[in-house]
Design a protein around this ligand. Structure first.
Ligand SMILES: [Zn+2]
Length: 252
């Protein structure tokens, strides 16, 4: 069981437990309860992109245009913006369109082509730090490269190369947000052969260079800590912030 207000990765300690409800509540009526609060188990399924949860519920993001299956490979939504639906139809009625990546409207999401696309996603996930090769992937999945490319694109709306890059860039975002590792180190850790290539791909995928992404992602955290420290400063005695080096500089 997770501690109150903490996500599975412990990254969102500010989650208000009000977004979760016990697993048995909310099932009683249709209509008004079509959109319901998310259970902790549902969030864990979304967070873990758990395919076992597919078909049990669907989710959309408040303010977004599309709805997804729990296993959708796209970027994790903010926990406090997730809306959960009992059925695909309920999500459509609420005005959301099916996500092009996970195709939540396709019943069961089975069949040979879908199965191949899913196995390709697994392959890409397991080989995300290696150089992308359509040929190597096709051989590993016992199929033809051109057939794999077309099938993958039909199923997900993206090419395997896009998916491969997206996973690397997602990992890079995580490192930029949560570590002080230099950009060159992150480029190498996420499998890019040069920092220049990393920066170019990152800018293509996220619309800004990695350094700018890092700066922006930390703005919110900085704002919070500034608010906290200004509160402390208001209560502190004058002069308490001079350090010995500040005094030396002023004295010379
Ligand atoms: Zn989706």
């Amino acid at each position: 069981m997770l501690p109150n207000g903490l996500c599975a990765k412990g990254r969102c300690p500010s989650i208000d437990p009000v977004f979760f409800q016990s697993n048995n509540a909310g099932h009683k009526t249709e209509g008004a309860k079509r959109i319901r609060m998310m259970t902790r188990e549902q969030w864990e399924a979304i967070e873990g992109k758990d395919r076992r949860a597919d078909g049990h519920f669907w989710y959309a993001v408040r303010g977004g245009k599309t709805f997804c299956k729990p296993s959708c490979p796209k970027k994790l939504p903010r926990v406090d913006r997730v809306l959960v639906f009992f059925s695909c139809e309920a999500a459509l009625q609420a005005g959301f369109l099916p996500c092009r990546l996970c195709r939540p409207d396709r019943a069961g999401w089975k069949g040979a082509k879908a199965d191949l696309a899913e196995r390709a996603m697994d392959y890409l996930e397991n080989h995300m730090h290696e150089k992308f090769s359509l040929q190597a992937m096709a051989e590993a999945l016992h199929t033809e490269g051109s057939y794999l490319l077309r099938t993958f694109h039909d199923a997900t709306g993206h090419t395997p190369l896009w998916f491969h890059r997206e996973m690397r860039i997602r990992e890079a975002c995580d490192l930029l947000e949560n570590t002080d590792e230099p950009v060159a180190g992150i480029a190498s850790a996420t499998g890019f052969s040069t920092p220049a290539l990393f920066s170019r791909v990152f800018a293509q995928m996220r619309g800004m260079p990695p350094s700018e992404y890092r700066r922006k992602s930390r703005d919110a955290a900085d704002l919070i800590s500034q608010e906290n420290s200004s509160e402390m400063m208001a209560n502190a005695a004058p002069g308490v912030f001079w350090t010995s080096s500040d005094n030396e500089e002023i004295g010379t």
